[in-house]
Design a protein around this ligand. Structure first.
Ligand code: CP
Ligand code: NVA
Length: 318
């Protein structure tokens, strides 16, 4: 690798062999270095060769972006993925996680896991001898957050001192944005209806990690959250596993739709983000999703670039 990995070599090589379960598994330096490497991989013809290494994908929830971006990332890096969907493995017939993790560690070089309980992901990490990557749990979505901050960096050139407003549910996506934002020196404002705030332990952790005075703020007023923000982000009101709460949530969240009126109080240059999939007319209006301010599809593409950087670092391909 060229300059980037020289400048950030120590931070990137310190990730080799580790897990990525939470945004807080990275230091500020490691987060910055991964974004720099992702940016370089996006721009240039840099070649990293992972020498046919294999990433196992264990997804117990649906996925388009995360699954495909991991598959393409490994292909681009000269590696491969294996689909270990529990429906087609012995996991689905009750083989213990402890056994599965130890066996897969003998075949694969890393595992990317999407599941409900974060504690299940932690158990995989405990029983595996290879890197385990969080491809989304009910608690966090750390790969998504890296792509989101790469998108904000592309729009404004720098991250420190920018303000990101997230409106909607204080969910997995909000949690990782708070932690990762704190590490990168971004002010993060979370606007949720009462009763849907992010977990207080994550708020406390983010505030502890906040770099250079970055503020982590909560409000129950969507307009207060978005006021003068540089980036405005939303996500579905009912996450995977909460489908039965859909109609109750529609009611509770109705004043949190990211529409033209709400966006009008943001900075005039503000960009709009959404991790997708989106429910048009619920958490975001069609008009805002398709507007010039929207960077939503760049954000989606950036999943590929940051995951290439992450895999290269965790698998020691630099
Ligand atoms: N944003 C995201 O994680 O999308 P998928 O559920 O399609 O992977
Ligand atoms: N919060 C959403 C994100 C989907 C990418 C969910 O967990 O379903």
């Amino acid at each position: 690798m060229a300059e980037i990995s020289h400048g950030f070599a120590a931070a990137l090589s310190s990730l080799k062999g580790g897990d990525f379960l939470s945004s807080s598994d990275l230091t500020s330096k490691q987060s910055v270095a991964l974004l720099e490497l992702a940016n370089q991989l996006k721009k240039g013809p840099e070649r990293i060769d992972l020498g046919n290494r294999v990433l196992g994908l264990i997804f117990t929830k649906a996925s388009t972006r995360t699954r495909v971006s991991f598959q393409v990332a490994m292909a681009r890096l000269g590696g491969q993925t294996i689909d270990l969907n529990p429906k087609v493995s012995q996991l689905g017939r009750g083989e213990p996680l402890e056994d599965t993790a130890r066996v897969l560690s003998r075949f694969c070089d890393a595992l990317a896991i999407r599941t409900y309980k974060h504690s299940e992901l932690e158990s995989y990490a405990k029983w595996s001898s290879i890197p385990v990557i969080n491809a989304l749990t009910d608690l966090e979505h750390p790969c998504q957050a890296l792509a989101d901050f790469l998108t904000i960096k592309e729009a404004f050139g720098s991250l420190q001192g920018q303000t990101l407003a997230f409106v909607g549910d204080g969910n997995n996506v909000a949690h990782s944005l708070m932690i990762c934002g704190a590490l990168l020196g971004v002010n993060v404002r979370i606007g949720t209806p009462k009763g849907f705030e992010p977990l207080s332990a994550i708020v406390a952790k983010s505030r502890d990690l906040a770099l250079a005075g970055a503020k982590i703020e909560l409000t129950n007023d969507p307009f207060e959250a978005v006021c003068d923000a540089n980036a405005v982000y939303t996500d579905v009101w009912a996450s995977m596993g909460q489908e039965q709460e859909q109609s109750l949530r529609k009611d509770a969240f109705k004043s949190f739709c990211l529409d033209k009126k709400l966006l009008s109080v943001a900075s005039p240059e503000a960009i709009v983000l959404h991790c997708l999939p989106a429910h048009r007319g619920e958490e975001i209006s069609e008009e805002v999703l398709e507007s010039k301010s929207s960077r939503i599809f760049d954000q989606s593409e950036n999943r590929l670039h940051v995951q290439q950087a992450l895999l290269a670092a965790l698998l020691g391909g630099l």
